[in-house]
Design a protein around this ligand. Sequence first.
Ligand code: ADP
Ligand code: MG
Length: 389
Amino acid sequence: MSVASLACGIASGATAKIAPEDILKGAIEVFPFGILIVQPGGQIIFASSELERMFGYARDELVGQTVDVLVPTNLRVQHAEHRRNFAVHPEMRKANSRNLSGRRKDGSELQVEIGLNPIQAGDGALVLAVISDISDRTRIESLKDEFVATVSHELRTPLTSIAGALGLLIGHAGGNLPGPAVRLLTIAHANSQRLVRLVNNILDMEKIESGKVVFVLKRVEVRALVTQAIESNRGFAEEYGVRIKLDAASTSGDIRADSDWLTQIVTNLLSNAIKFSPRGEEVVVAIKTQGDKVLISVRDHGHGVPDEFKPRIFEKFAQADNSDARQQGGTGLGLSIVKQIAERLGGTVRFDDAPGGGAIFSVEIPGWQQGRAALNSPVVPEHEPEVLR
Ligand SMILES: Nc1ncnc2c1ncn2[C@@H]1O[C@H](COP(=O)(O)OP(=O)(O)O)[C@@H](O)[C@H]1O
Ligand SMILES: [Mg+2]
């Protein structure tokens, strides 16, 4: 609704008529974001009260000054460049980055999010900037990241050693144990492994999101990698009474990928397929070559993905809304990790309802040759891995 029609709406129901300008002025003064109007050369011609509060200046101190006073000294050259670019391509845009900083009157910095909109005025184009102070959000996010990273690291080391020791005890490394003791140790072992998986998921997510992941891209033979991932998940499948099979028609082929992270993708898909399969069922993994792409799919015979959950399935911490105990064992991070890694490798991930029930999750990864082109890789000798940060 335009301000004018809003004013008419109010006017028709109320006795007094309110001018649209008054509504706009009133709104700008209580708007919880700072508003700034700047000339193409950078001179400030308007600053709202929230902007005064955010940057610690009185309006009169700002009007007539260049916008540089609100920019940290070391970023001013860069900012002038942005301004020139905006003058060339004046279009509505939103800048949202943890690294976007502003400078208060007292010299301290604040983190900001900025929306820019060009407006035409009599004497040329002006820039309308709406600025939000996101310092608190940025600080809380980095505290959270740090906390998650520390806790996960501190948990993973002792947990891995507990799981390892329990495995050895079950394997009678400590001598023969009575049957009931072995049964209890088996439960403890399975649960400690589950905790290791959860912590690993949280750590992976944190690593990916903080941009700390390094992909070492090499020529990978996909069939060997998938076979290895299946072998590593057999124990987990047995706990659920599920068999994993590699479809006999599977092709082999070379792709350009990071084998550890690709194994992580297959493992996450397998763990879901296994977890959501009824006992006695089979999970089928297939590899197909499609042009210069390789498609790895994992099919199960479980209850499938509920329709209402489909749009959210790749979101972080998303789990379908039901009381399935199998789901409660997870974090809702597995598929989000799959998606992020697949995309970083130049691929895609999708899922479909399987004919006859169950779900099929597939990842498509560029083949060796296409991968080189898609990832814009310099031509490196085949034996030399390429590092993608
Ligand atoms: N093969 C599958 N069949 C049915 N639902 C699935 C399947 N894979 C994933 N889902 C749904 O997607 C949710 C998110 O999966 P994921 O991100 O791996 O998290 P988690 O396994 O930790 O719950 C699951 O909790 C489940 O609701
Ligand atoms: Mg999962």
